[in-house]
Write a protein that binds this ligand. Sequence first.
Ligand code: SF4
Ligand code: SF4
Length: 197
Amino acid sequence: MLGAGLAKGMRETARNFIGSYLEYERLTTVEYPEEKIPAKETARQFPFLVYDGDDPEAGLRCVGCQICEKECPPQCIYIEKSKEKKPDHMGKMQLYPHTFDIDISVCMSCQICVEVCPFEAIKMDTEFEYSTTDRFGGLLADKHMLAKSNEHYNRIHPTEASAVDAKRKNDREVAAAKAKAKEEAAKAEAAKSKTDG
Ligand code: SF4
Ligand code: SF4
């Protein structure tokens, strides 16, 4: 019947409108910015760089490999590699980003940088209040602004972050076991040469 769909839609709107005065759960809007809805665990806005421990500089997981820079569709990541190396979380000497900038005004929140990173170094933040009056530099985030702790990552994405922590712990244990086996093999080889000699 002509107009049946319209009447159905109006009935549903009226039901929700009146219902929102009777049940708080039916109230789908809040008085932002005074009131804010907590971000869902699956929410994603813009990327941040994860660091371990207390020092954002020393603990930064990023090794400056530039994979994310190459894969970012709108090319809003800019990285300059360091000339020297520093130890990573497994004690392996790695390069790090001397410069790591993201132009937040260009980022389209696609998460491709996160998916291609082999080091669990870049993740999506839930922060979205970046409005600024500085239209030329205000939205260019450098590595100091981008660096956030692993505790922050665990707070905003607990399920994902605990799986990452477990994997990294396992990687560390495997690396330590391999290093120990190599050391013992070298010791055994040295002892054998001594006996043979
Ligand atoms: S989320 Fe997408 S657009 Fe934004 S920096 Fe990562 S790859 Fe680039
Ligand atoms: S965030 Fe990941 S992919 Fe990007 S440069 Fe750092 S280590 Fe490489």
